[in-house]
Design a protein around this ligand. Structure first.
Ligand SMILES: [Zn+2]
Length: 390
């Protein structure tokens, strides 16, 4: 009997323990289940929301530094200051997320004697002034990149590499530097930036040192772009191409633009002709092409070569509820600049003006020039909006 009772008590305790565990565990699971599902619902809600990202990019053309330009920038202490020449552009260019320009002449600096056309070497203070005005995306592959040979490129890349926040492409001092895959990010948008030149003025980089100047070939572009296309949202390519002083688009430009578009390039920024050329969307709107921005600053002669294009585009990325990503180049806007200087004066007084700040004294008939170049730039894209920083 005693034994039986003891067993019973044991059973009761056991049953009690099991029941207790069941209730507590059940409660725990129950509450956890609801907590979990609540969190899940919340995260699904977040993912299901459409997300939008964007950044605004500003672009100008060639900094083509003739001796007349650097003589005018020379200071009494032997240094150079180009900042006053672009002070009217700075309020515009510095207001963007990114600002691009093409450094046409090599910034070899004082290690090499400064020189004029046909083989330029320019003061590095040109770069300082452009950086001060907010420019941070620079193309370096041009027909003048090899003007001072390997030394010029090494001095130039040393300068640019010392400016950590500045992104350059198109000219390097080693194969290792050239081969590095570079992916950048702005406002949640990943992008790649390349620079190629189709012209070399016969000064080709030596065999084995092709990295000094990124001379264009379809194969090279394909290899470069395929390496990054799936890793970035946007691919931007600066092309040094076209026909000098031609206001139209060459057959070569058309071919290359279409080829790059097929490779998935979103934006092509053209330079080299020293005059403005049309802009347009190609390949069913997949790629926006600016065929030539013209000169930003130069000592060239004639309104056509002293008129440059300022462009603005918005790079937009939309992630829809299913996670599909759409990237587009939207709201292109254009405006013109004019480089004023006094040709037959000891005081050249170089200054880049937005056309909106010109008057009849600075450039007689400026309104008709504005209409003329506006017509050329818009000729393939009549919806192009005009007016930047006005
Ligand atoms: Zn050029």
């Amino acid at each position: 009997m005693k034994k039986k009772i003891r067993i019973k008590w044991k059973n009761i305790i056991l049953v009690g323990l099991v029941l207790g565990l069941l209730v507590t565990g059940g409660f725990y699971l129950y509450s956890n289940f609801f907590l979990l599902s609540d969190t899940e619902t919340k995260s699904i809600k977040i993912e299901k929301k459409k997300k939008e990202y964007q950044f605004k990019l500003f672009m100008v053309g060639d900094a083509l530094i003739h001796e007349s330009v650097y003589y005018d920038a020379r200071l009494s202490n032997g240094g150079y200051d180009f900042k006053p020449m672009i002070e009217l552009i700075k309020p515009i260019s510095s207001s963007y997320d990114l600002a691009y320009y093409n450094q046409e002449t090599i910034l070899g600096g004082k290690a090499i004697p400064y020189s004029n056309y046909p083989r330029f070497n320019s003061p590095q203070e040109v770069g300082d002034a452009m950086i001060d005005a907010g420019f941070d995306l620079v193309s370096l592959a041009t027909n003048h990149t090899m003007d001072k040979g390997e030394t010029g490129v090494i001095e130039s890349t040393k300068y640019w590499n010392s400016k950590e926040q500045i992104i350059t492409a198109g000219s390097w001092s080693s194969q290792e530097e050239r081969d590095k895959v570079r992916i950048y990010e702005k406002n949640g948008i990943k992008y790649a930036f390349f620079s190629y030149t189709t012209w070399t003025n016969g000064l080709n980089p030596p065999t084995g040192k092709e990295y000094l100047n990124n001379v264009y070939s379809n194969e090279k572009a394909k290899a470069d772009i395929e390496k990054v296309r799936d890793k970035v949202d946007v691919v931007i390519v600066a092309m040094h191409w076209g026909t000098e002083y031609s206001l139209g688009v060459s057959e070569d430009q058309t071919k290359i633009a279409n080829y790059l578009s097929e490779l998935g390039v979103d934006l092509i920024i053209g330079a080299h002709p020293h005059v403005v050329e049309p802009v347009e969307y190609i390949n069913n709107g997949k790629t926006f092409v600016i065929y030539s921005l013209g000169n930003f600053i130069s000592g060239q002669i004639g309104v056509e070569k002293l008129t440059g294009l300022m462009m603005e585009v918005t790079i937009k990325k939309v992630v829809d509820v299913d996670g599909d990503v759409t990237v587009s180049i939207v709201n292109p806007k254009a405006d013109l600049t004019y480089t004023r200087y006094h040709l037959n004066s000891s005081n050249r007084d170089f200054k880049v003006f937005p056309y909106a700040q010109l008057n009849e004294t600075i450039l007689p008939n400026y309104r008709s020039y504005y209409e003329k170049y506006k017509g050329i730039v818009s000729s393939r894209y009549s919806e192009l909006e005009w007016g930047i920083g006005a």
